[in-house]
Design a protein around this ligand. Structure first.
Ligand code: NAD
Ligand code: DAU
Length: 332
């Protein structure tokens, strides 16, 4: 798998390395600002876990791992994932999300990979008005450089299925939240600001809607798609849990016992998608997947995690987390 030191990859590895002791998990991650190896200290020494510091943009470097390891399958999480960063620097999004994916697809064919899962996003469908849901047949209509790069990657996956018969599947999930999310994303950023009594920057009128899913539920969905999904299929994954950003922010303030006066409306994100909502009936009907964590439970757990792991996010804010890499990474 790629991107195992990021938010969702970390949660996936921490669950799956335990759940499947007979499977070997090989984590390829270049460790950008978003990758944090400390997340994985609990599994670092496990017999069924190995890691490589590998850049998916670098085809030769990537091929070294394919040559060395007898890989059976690829689950591709690695990406530049933050919309705001894609607005200020789109190029790296094309390099990692498009070229990186293309490299993985080419090598997956060359080395006879028998199963490939592309972890994509609902943002490829664009923005909804007040009504309706994204289904897997909704035309791709991305609005940000991030979602354009993810949509482009999805199309290369599709081309590999249609042209080369690669056994590949795509998942498109809504907004995740939970432990280990980098504090640039809405929920951890607002928790951090509220804890420090700093203004909480809400873009525009705060009425944009996202469908929030607890990260563990996303990981379990990916696992089910990987093990039982139909080759070539796309699966939407969602929490059936739509909230405006303002509702989220107010809830965080309430749980932390802070004043709503901290809310600070700021200039809107350019091209800000109004609403995402997922129809996840395909994965529910075909694979029996359902989210198991309600939002009220998940947000309490998440806030508790950030309260109990203050060192984790403070080291990110100070930049200290980066220094951990050189000492611990099994870079071969
Ligand atoms: P993240 O930004 O937290 O982590 C990304 C990881 O990829 C990091 O560990 C980073 O070091 C690694 N990476 C980046 N560029 C790389 C490169 N060139 N080579 C190797 N590794 C590289 O992202 P996330 O939130 O965990 O998202 C994981 C995947 O899930 C992404 O593909 C994203 O598009 C998708 N997704 C995310 C969400 C969400 O709400 N976070 C929802 C749906 C889909
Ligand atoms: O829908 C899935 C996507 O969700 C993933 O593909 C992306 O990788 C992930 O980053 C996320 O994208 P969003 O842009 O929806 O997430 P973000 O946390 O950046 O913002 C959520 C909403 O909150 C969005 O409407 C913008 C708003 N926002 C965000 C930040 C960081 C604010 O109002 N203020 C903020 O400071």
């Amino acid at each position: 798998m790629t991107g195992g030191a990021g938010f969702i990859g970390t949660n996936f590895l921490l669950l799956m390395v335990d759940k499947y002791p007979k499977d070997r998990f090989i984590n390829l991650d270049v460790l950008t600002y978003a990758g944090n190896l400390k997340n994985l200290t609990g599994i670092q020494e496990r017999d069924n876990y190995t890691s490589y510091r590998t850049d998916i943009r670098d085809r030769e470097m990537l091929e070294q791992v394919f040559k060395r390891e007898d890989l059976e399958a690829v689950i591709h999480f690695a990406a530049e994932s933050h919309v705001d960063r894609s607005i200020t620097n789109p190029t790296v999004f094309a390099e990692t999300n498009v070229i990186g994916t293309l490299n993985l697809l080419d090598l997956s064919r060359k080395y006879g990979i028998s199963r490939y899962v592309q972890v994509s996003t609902d943002e490829v469908y664009g923005s909804l008005g007040p009504e309706g849901y994204f289904v897997e047949e909704t035309p791709l209509n991305p609005n940000s450089p991030y979602s354009a790069s993810k949509a482009s990657a999805d199309l290369f996956v599709r081309a590999n299925v249609e042209t080369f018969g690669l056994n590949a599947l795509i998942t498109r999930c809504s907004n995740n939240y939970g432990p280990y999310q980098f504090p640039e994303k809405l929920i951890p950023l607002m928790i951090w600001h509220a804890l420090e009594d700093k203004p909480l920057p809400v873009y525009g009128d705060g009425l944009n809607v996202r469908d929030w899913l607890y990260v563990k539920d996303h990981c379990e969905a990916i696992d089910q798609v990987f093990r039982a999904g139909k080759a070539g299929e796309v699966y939407n994954i969602g929490g059936n849990n739509e909230r405006t950003n303002l509702e989220i922010v107010k809830l965080i303030l309430k749980i932390l016992g802070k004043s709503e006066d901290l809310i600070n409306f700021v200039t809107d994100r350019p091209g800000h998608d109004q609403r995402y909502a997922i129809d996840a009936s395909r994965i529910r009907k075909q694979l029996g997947w359902e989210p198991s964590t309600s939002f009220s439970v998940g947000i309490e757990k998440t806030i508790k995690w950030y309260l109990e792991h203050e060192i984790w996010w403070r080291e990110i804010l100070s930049g200290e987390y980066n220094q951990y890499y050189a000492e611990t990474y099994h870079n071969r």
